[in-house]
Design a protein around this ligand. Structure first.
Ligand SMILES: [Ca+2]
Ligand SMILES: [Ca+2]
Ligand SMILES: [Zn+2]
Length: 249
């Protein structure tokens, strides 16, 4: 009897693939190996193997997957994915999962999705294990992992924008960034997030309190602005988006 991975688990794996297309898959898994076959596991098919859960259909379902922890994606980690899933399980927005194991910790519906130490023989350092419940087998709705990638893109845009702002600053002021007036994201002590608005604030603040006397070269500023209209439009859009997000909160 052939086995199938449940649609719910296929969906989860596809979402991870989508936000980390270059990810390492060498520690991925679905159906159980010999080590799993002897004990009850979500990796064992539920009609022919020792599965954790069985259901009344005749479909030979595997409803647990292993996801390699190496996403090969800057700014995105398996920890991010695990925490996103756990967060949604805690609020009840996500009901398909039974438990998750990653890096010597386990979260499950039995303990209200609280983090607990995991003492199993395999510490799950190389992969995250996600087990599903039969009731969710056919549910292929979103796990909302794309939101993690969205946050990552925002951060990357911020970094690119910051580099551009610094270059513009260097052009605009004859003192240049080497005079110590460079905008440093780590130096922004307002305790706010990495938002472009904070960096613009920091730039304006730095510009209005220069550590050394500077001379604005009007022609250079005009040329720099003219050469960066697309970028400035993007900055304006980012500021507006940021503002909309704050107002919506
Ligand atoms: Ca079944
Ligand atoms: Ca089923
Ligand atoms: Zn596993």
């Amino acid at each position: 009897m052939t086995w199938v991975l449940t649609p719910a688990m296929r969906r989860l794996r596809a979402e991870v693939d989508a936000i980390a297309p270059q990810r390492d898959r060498s520690s991925d898994g679905s159906i159980g190996d010999q080590a799993h076959a002897s004990g009850a596991s979500g990796h064992n098919p539920d009609e022919t193997g020792r599965a954790e859960y069985t259901d009344s259909d005749r479909v030979n379902e595997v409803r647990a997957i292993d996801l390699d922890g190496d996403l090969r994606t800057p700014g995105l980690t398996m920890e991010d994915i695990v925490q996103q899933l756990v967060r949604r399980c805690r609020t009840g927005a996500e009901r398909r999962l039974a438990y998750i194991i990653y890096r010597r910790r386990i979260w499950g519906d039995g303990a209200g999705w609280r983090e607990q130490p995991y003492y199993g023989a395999n510490p799950h350092d190389q992969h995250a294990h996600v087990s599903g419940r039969p009731a969710g087998d056919e549910d292929t709705s979103s796990y909302h992992l794309a939101e993690l990638a969205q946050g990552k893109e925002d951060d990357m845009f911020d970094e690119k924008a910051l580099a551009k702002l610094n270059a513009l600053y260097a052009l605009a002021f004859s003192g240049g960034p080497s005079c110590g007036a460079e905008v440093d994201p780590g130096n922004n002590d307002r305790g706010k997030s990495n938002s472009i608005v904070n960096k613009l604030d920091a730039l304006l603040e730095t510009a209005s309190h220069p550590p050394v006397a500077v001379q604005v070269d009007a022609a250079q500023v005009a040329a720099a602005l003219a050469a960066n209209t697309g970028f400035l439009a993007a900055v304006a859009q980012a500021v507006n988006d940021d503002q909309s997000r704050r107002l919506a909160q």
